[in-house]
Design a protein around this ligand. Structure first.
Ligand code: ADP
Ligand code: MG
Length: 313
């Protein structure tokens, strides 16, 4: 579960409660895609529309649903998938190429080895990492667009769309809301946020979680924008005073160790904001900013403050 999500949630709620003269806002939340998804809108029907769309995407991409297309692909090693799932995997491949391998959806085997899948954390031996890396690498995903066939070149590979699926799902939910005539809504899927239209005639205000000070490090005024944050302060374990987080450097097989504590990306495209935050976290500030420049209109905020207690609080 994401702590950043709760911080976002708390901030957003605080701002909403502060506006006495505004029209009533309906709020609803649901546990989906491994996190809390909250929907806030003056339209009562907005939440059902957003949840319905996210549920649909969960059925395609979620690692938490054993019958999802991605789960079935992982157990079979190859699968003819829907066009939608195929396109997300193809886009993930593009991010892999653009990020020089820092963004890599085949990290699934590493996530498992290090115990992040079931939160039974484990510090692996070097040989175990070397063995596992044989099953990592997006170049080992073979795509056949003719019949949407996805195939693994090495047996035992595991796709994990944790760094992109929520972004895609929130973007789809926003599109569905628009199609249904909803003009004002905020969707927050554990820190992956989309701000649709205005809130009571003004931009939505979203607080950015501060990893070091447990508060917020800034506020964003957003209209028709997605915002996402990645950090290692949400899911991690500490061993010998060193923090090991849930974002991996697929080239070393180790949790990413750039000097970035958290990165926030604002974009028109929710999928882009999600994928970029993870990639920038792995690449570090300089290479990360260079990557973001390839996406026009994207705003990046990087927090390098890593002064935290040894117990990780
Ligand atoms: P969160 O899911 O907490 O919002 P991210 O969007 O950064 O955070 O996604 C992190 C998740 O993505 C991890 O839990 C893991 O499932 C997966 N992942 C870890 N490292 C990478 C990577 N280098 N590239 C792509 N996906 C990754
Ligand atoms: Mg991400």
């Amino acid at each position: 579960m994401k702590r950043a999500g709760f911080l976002f949630l708390a901030c957003v709620s605080a701002f909403i409660n502060g506006c006495d003269n505004s029209p009533r806002l309906y709020k609803d939340s649901r546990l989906m895609m491994g996190t809390f998804v909250e929907v806030i809108s003056p339209e009562e029907k907005a939440a059902a529309i957003a949840f319905g769309e996210i549920k649909r995407i969960e059925g395609l991409l979620s690692k938490y649903d054993p019958s999802s297309e991605v789960s079935r692909l992982n157990s079979a090693g190859q699968l003819k998938v829907s066009r939608e799932t195929y396109d997300i995997i193809a886009r993930s491949k593009e991010f892999w190429a653009l990020s020089n391998g820092a963004f890599d959806i085949t990290v699934g085997s590493l996530v498992e080895l290090w115990g992040f899948k079931d939160k039974k954390y484990y510090f692996p031996l070097k040989t175990e990492i070397t063995q596992t890396l044989k099953r990592v690498g997006t170049d080992k995903i073979i795509l056949d667009p003719v019949d949407n066939l996805v195939k693994f070149a090495v047996s035992g590979m595991q796709i994990d769309l944790g760094a992109i699926a929520k972004g895609y799902a929130v973007g789809c939910a926003a599109k569905k809301l628009r199609e249904n005539g909803i003009k004002s809504c905020l969707i927050n899927a554990g820190g992956q946020i989309y701000c649709l239209g205005l809130k009571s005639g003004k931009p939505w205000l979203v607080g950015i979680a501060d990893p070091a000070k447990k508060g917020i490090s800034g506020k964003l005024s957003l209209v028709n924008k997605a915002v996402s944050t990645s950090g290692d302060y949400e899911q991690f374990f500490i061993k010998d005073g060193i923090r090991y987080g849930h974002i991996f450097d697929p080239r070393s097989g180790m949790p990413a160790d750039s000097s970035v504590a958290s990165v926030t990306v604002v974009s028109d495209d929710s999928l882009v904001s999600d994928a970029l935050t993870t990639a920038i976290f792995v690449l570090g500030e300089e290479k990360g900013r260079a990557l973001a420049e390839k996406f026009p209109g994207v705003e990046v905020k990087i927090d390098k403050e890593k002064e935290r207690d040894k117990d990780g609080k």
